[in-house]
Write a protein that binds this ligand. Structure first.
Ligand SMILES: Nc1ncnc2c1ncn2[C@@H]1O[C@H](COP(=O)(O)OP(=O)(O)OP(=O)(O)O)[C@@H](O)[C@H]1O
Length: 516
C-alpha cells in the first residue's frame, strides 16, 4: 500500500494566516491539508523563517486541519531566491529522507514560498524525486467573496533530459531566464537529422542517460551516427566543458593498445623515448569515446574493466595507480553478445559498459529518414559549393530520389551523403537525374545482407525478390552446365529438366542466358 507524503515550504502567507493577519483564506499549506479529496500520511514542512514563528504555525495548522505530527525542518538559505542553494538544500533533505521510495507517493506544493522555490520543486519532481505537483487556486465570486482550492499541476515534459545539464551549469540569472522560457528540445541533439519514431526513441533515451554519470554502449552499423550520438551525449552532460576524446580501438596496433589508452613511463619498453599521457588521462574530467570497442584485445579489456571499476589506471611501466575521472562511451558495429559468446569479449566488461544501451537502426529500416537526409545533404552540398565558379544549385529528380529510397545503404548515412556529393559533382545540369545516381551509387558485391536487408516499405515486393534469387541461381546453373538443362536441373536438385524449363520460361530466362 502506497503512503502519501506532502512536502512544502511554509511561506509568508501561511505564517500570516496563523497569526490572524491574512485578509482572506487560510494560506496555501492549510488549504492543501483541508482538501477533502486527499488524505496525506505524512507532512514535511521546510522553513527559512525564524524557528519559533514556524513552530507556532505548525501548532495552528494541526488545530486547524486535524493533521498531527507535522514535521518541521529548518533550512538556512543564502537567500530565498538563491536557486543553487535551494536546489542543494532541498535535494539533500529529500536524500536524507531516503527518497525516492517505491512505497511512497510524493507530492510537492508549489504555492508556498518564492517562485525560485517553485522552480526547484518542478525540477526535482521531473528528475531525481518523481512527485506530483499541486498549487493553490483562488477565485472571486460575483458577490465579492474569495474561494480557495487546490489543483494538480500536470505537464508532459521530461526536464531530466531537456534542462537539467543547463540548470546545473549556468548562473542563477540564466536559470531564471530558462525557467521563464518555453521548454525546448536539448540543442545538442539537433544535429541528428531524423523523423522516424525509431530514431526519436534512441534520441530520447540518449538525452535521458546523458546527465547520469554512467557508461554508455552505442550499437549500430557503420555510418549510422554512433560518433554523432557520442558527441551529443557528451555535450548534454555535465562534462561538456571538459575534453571529449575519440579513439578508434580498431586502428591501434595490438601491441600499442595499453600504452595508447593508459599511457607509459619513459623507457617502459623499447622505443618509449618519452613518457606518454594516454587517452584516459587526456580525457580526465571529460568523456572518452571508445569506438570499435569489439576490436580491443583481451588484455586491454582487463585493464579497461579495472579502470571502470576502480576509477584508476596504471600506465605501462609504472607501479602506482593514478586516479582518473572519465566517462566511457563505447561503440561497435559488431554483435557484441555474439563476441561474448565466442569468448572474444569479456562478459564482465560487457555488463559494465552496457549500463545505457543505444541501438542505432540502419538507414534501410527508416526510409522516412532517407528522404529528410537527402534534403539536408543536398542543402549542405549546395551551401558548401556556392562560391565555386559555375556551380548550379542542385535539385533532385523524382526518379533519382526513388533509386535512393530503394537502395539498401550498407554504409548508411555516410554512404548516402557521399553518393549525393558524387552525383552533384558529376551531374552536368542543375537537376540530379536517376542516371546520375545510378552512375554514382557504389554497388557492393551482392551479399547475403543485401538480399536479407532490403528496405521494407509500402509496396515492397517479396515475390520479386525471391524471383531475383531464383533467376540468379538458374542462370548460374545454366552457365555451369554449358546450357545443358538436365545437368542444370541436377545442380539445383530440381526433379526433371521440364520443371526447370517451366521455371526458366516463367522468369524470362533463355537457355543461352547466363548469370554474370
Ligand atoms: N542522423 C544523422 N543526421 C545527420 N548526420 C548524420 C546522421 N547520422 C550520421 N550522420 C553523419 O554521417 C557520418 C557518419 O556518422 P558517424 O561517424 O557518427 O557514424 P558511426 O556510426 O560512428 O560510423 P563508424 O562506425 O564507421 O565509425 C558523419 O558525417 C555524421 O555526421
Amino acid at each position: 500500500m502506497q503512503k502519501k507524503w506532502l512536502i512544502s515550504w511554509i511561506g509568508e502567507t501561511d505564517h500570516k494566516a496563523a497569526e490572524g493577519t491574512l485578509r482572506d483564506g487560510v494560506g496555501p499549506v492549510a488549504n492543501a491539508l483541508m482538501d477533502s479529496s486527499v488524505k496525506y500520511d505524512c507532512i514535511h514542512l521546510l522553513t527559512n523563517y525564524p524557528h519559533e514563528r514556524s513552530v507556532q504555525f505548525c501548532d495552528w495548522l494541526e488545530q486547524k486541519t486535524g493533521y498531527v505530527a507535522v514535521n518541521l525542518q529548518d533550512v538556512h538559505l543564502a537567500g530565498p531566491t538563491h536557486y543553487a542553494d535551494i536546489y542543494l538544500q532541498v535535494s539533500q533533505f529529500l536524500t536524507e529522507l531516503k527518497l525516492p521510495k517505491d512505497n511512497i507517493e510524493l507530492t510537492f506544493h508549489l504555492s508556498p514560498g518564492t517562485p525560485a522555490m517553485a522552480v526547484i520543486w518542478i525540477m526535482l519532481a521531473k528528475t531525481r524525486f518523481p512527485a506530483s505537483l499541486i498549487q493553490s487556486l483562488q477565485s472571486k465570486l460575483d458577490d465579492g467573496t474569495v474561494t480557495f482550492g487546490i489543483e494538480k499541476v500536470d505537464f508532459p515534459f521530461d526536464l531530466a533530459s531537456d534542462f537539467l545539464p543547463e540548470f546545473l551549469q549556468r548562473s542563477d540569472q540564466r536559470i531564471e531566464r530558462l525557467a521563464a522560457a518555453p521548454l525546448s528540445h536539448a540543442p545538442e541533439f539537433a544535429k541528428i537529422i531524423h523523423c522516424s519514431a525509431m530514431m526519436q526513441e534512441q534520441i530520447d533515451l540518449s538525452r535521458r542517460v546523458a546527465i547520469h554519470n554512467v557508461p554508455i554502449l552505442i550499437l549500430g552499423e557503420t555510418g549510422t551516427g554512433k560518433e554523432l550520438f557520442a558527441t551529443a551525449i557528451h555535450e548534454a552532460s555535465r562534462r561538456k566543458a571538459q575534453a571529449f576524446i575519440a579513439v578508434n580501438c580498431g586502428a591501434i596496433p595490438k601491441e600499442l593498445v595499453n600504452s595508447e589508452l593508459f599511457g607509459h613511463k619513459k623507457g617502459a619498453f623499447t622505443g618509449a623515448d618519452s613518457a606518454r599521457k594516454g587517452h584516459f588521462r587526456e580525457a580526465d574530467g571529460g568523456t572518452l569515446f571508445l569506438d570499435e570497442i569489439g576490436d580491443l584485445p583481451l588484455d586491454a579489456q582487463v585493464r579497461l574493466l579495472r579502470a571502470l571499476q576502480e576509477g584508476q589506471i596504471t600506465p605501462v611501466g609504472e607501479t602506482n595507480p593514478i586516479k582518473v575521472d572519465v566517462r566511457i562511451i563505447a561503440a561497435t558495429h559488431r554483435d557484441l553478445m555474439a563476441e561474448v559468446a565466442a569468448g572474444r569479449f569479456r562478459e564482465d566488461l560487457f555488463h559494465r559498459l552496457a549500463v545505457g544501451i543505444i541501438h542505432l537502426p540502419p538507414l534501410r529500416d527508416r526510409s522516412e529518414d532517407i528522404e529528410l537526409l537527402i534534403e539536408h545533404s543536398l542543402a549542405r552540398i549546395n551551401n558548401d559549393s556556392r562560391d565555386l565558379p559555375e556551380w548550379q544549385n542542385k535539385i533532385i529528380s523524382v526518379g533519382a530520389k526513388n533509386i535512393l529510397l530503394s537502395h539498401s545503404w550498407p554504409g548508411n548515412v555516410r554512404e548516402l551523403y557521399h553518393t549525393l556529393l558524387r552525383a552533384a559533382i558529376w551531374s552536368r545540369q542543375a537537376e540530379i537525374t536517376a542516371a546520375d545516381i545510378s552512375r554514382n551509387l557504389l554497388q557492393m558485391p551482392a551479399s547475403t545482407n543485401q538480399i536479407l536487408d532490403q528496405p521494407l516499405h509500402k509496396g515492397f515486393d517479396l515475390q520479386a525478390l525471391l524471383d531475383q534469387v531464383e533467376r540468379h541461381y538458374l542462370q548460374r546453373a545454366i552457365k555451369k552446365s554449358a546450357g545443358k538443362k538436365k545437368q542444370a536441373a541436377e545442380y539445383l536438385n530440381i526433379s526433371n529438366y521440364q520443371t526447370l524449363s517451366n521455371r526458366m520460361e516463367k522468369l524470362g530466362i533463355s537457355s543461352g542466358e547466363q548469370a554474370e
